[in-house]
Design a protein around this ligand. Structure first.
Ligand code: ZN
Ligand code: ZN
Length: 339
């Protein structure tokens, strides 16, 4: 009798511990592989190669929503703060649920990892160009297209640095067109709605085939310490992303032949780290864990992958679609998002 009661108590204790562990797992996105980052850069594209890509997507748009934390986006109950991405776009997309920033979790380093295929600790002020040429430059070099075919369109003026690099062989060459901040470098950030207006004009006037777009929110509002502003920034950029994709897809030059990648440069601190949602920049899992939604004619639909990917894998995948892929980079391409 005594041992039966003891057994029962023991079972209750084990159950309680199990429930506790389950709860702590669901609120804290701990992913153990974050702790040992492996960040080999892509090999530079071989722009002299005559091989060309045979993908249906002939255009690529990368939309970067600045500094959204997983716990308020895809990790939020019912994904209620991002209805356009979760309800409208996800059914047409592949959702990458284990996507991270595997380098410095700041704006310029996060964006530059996509455009250069390499994590690098860059000044976050806009005073330093990446070391390596961007895919925009490599693609312009390979295709010999005019600069109006490739664009950097950003709410944050400092992201003009994505357009050029410090590599002597590339500096000042094959430069993409820039549309950054209020009126270029040093002019200050502009509203995300202004960025959408500008992007619409560029689409109509130049029909670019390759562009990276940045929204300053929710990062901008979070840095002001405003929780409401941060949440509104998540909602508004979700809505603006939907507006952009519909606008582009409605243009016959793009319909059915355009790939879209919706992602983040970095997340934000977990609540228990430093000042929580207000800041970012370390290697806590709140800063590391971000998301990627990939939509395009070559990709699966209404699917997801839990393969562990970072910005470098996105860069390798964009290179592949643009015909800049190299055999050495093949292992980094996100092959499982393709049909
Ligand atoms: Zn920030
Ligand atoms: Zn952090």
């Amino acid at each position: 009798m005594y041992s039966a009661i003891e057994n029962k108590n023991m079972r209750i204790i084990i159950l309680c511990v199990f429930i506790f562990l389950l709860n702590s797992c669901s609120t804290d996105p701990i992913l153990p592989w974050f702790s040992e980052p492996e960040n080999p850069c892509l090999e530079l594209p071989d722009t002299a190669s005559t091989s060309s890509a045979s993908y249906l997507a002939k255009n690529i748009f990368v939309i970067v929503i600045d500094g959204a934390r997983w716990s308020e986006t895809w990790g939020y109950p019912s994904q209620a703060l991002i209805p356009y991405q979760s309800q409208q776009l996800k059914p047409q997309a592949v959702f990458c649920s284990s996507f991270i920033n595997n380098g410095l979790t700041k704006t310029i380093s996060g964006h530059a990892a996509i455009t250069t295929g390499c994590y690098e600790e860059l000044e976050n002020t806009g005073d330093e160009y990446p070391s390596r040429p961007s895919l925009l430059q490599a693609w312009l070099a390979k295709t010999d297209k005019p600069k109006e075919a490739a664009w950097v369109i950003t709410s944050k003026d400092k992201l003009y640095v994505l357009g050029d690099c410090k590599d002597q062989n590339w500096q000042g060459k094959f430069l993409p067109s820039l549309d950054c901040g209020i009126s270029g470098a040093g002019s200050g950030y502009r509203e995300d709605t202004a960025t959408v207006g500008s992007l619409k004009n560029i689409i109509t006037q130049y029909h670019p085939a390759f562009a990276i777009v940045n929204f300053r929110n929710p990062d901008y509002s979070a840095h002001q310490g405003s929780w409401d502003g941060y949440i509104n920034g998540i909602k508004s950029t979700d809505s603006l992303t939907w507006v952009i994709i519909n606008y582009i897809e409605a243009d016959a030059a793009y319909t059915g032949k355009t790939a879209y990648f919706i992602t983040n440069d970095h997340g934000r601190h977990l609540n228990e780290v430093a000042d929580g949602f207000v800041s970012h920049g370390d290697d806590c899992n709140g800063c590391r864990k971000i998301s990627l939604l990939a939509i395009g004619p070559d990709f699966k639909e209404n699917d997801s992958t839990a393969t562990q990917y970072s910005h470098v894998n996105l860069s390798a995948t964009i290179s592949e679609i643009l015909g800049l892929g190299r055999a050495e980079n093949s292992s980094k391409v996100m092959w499982d998002i393709f049909k």
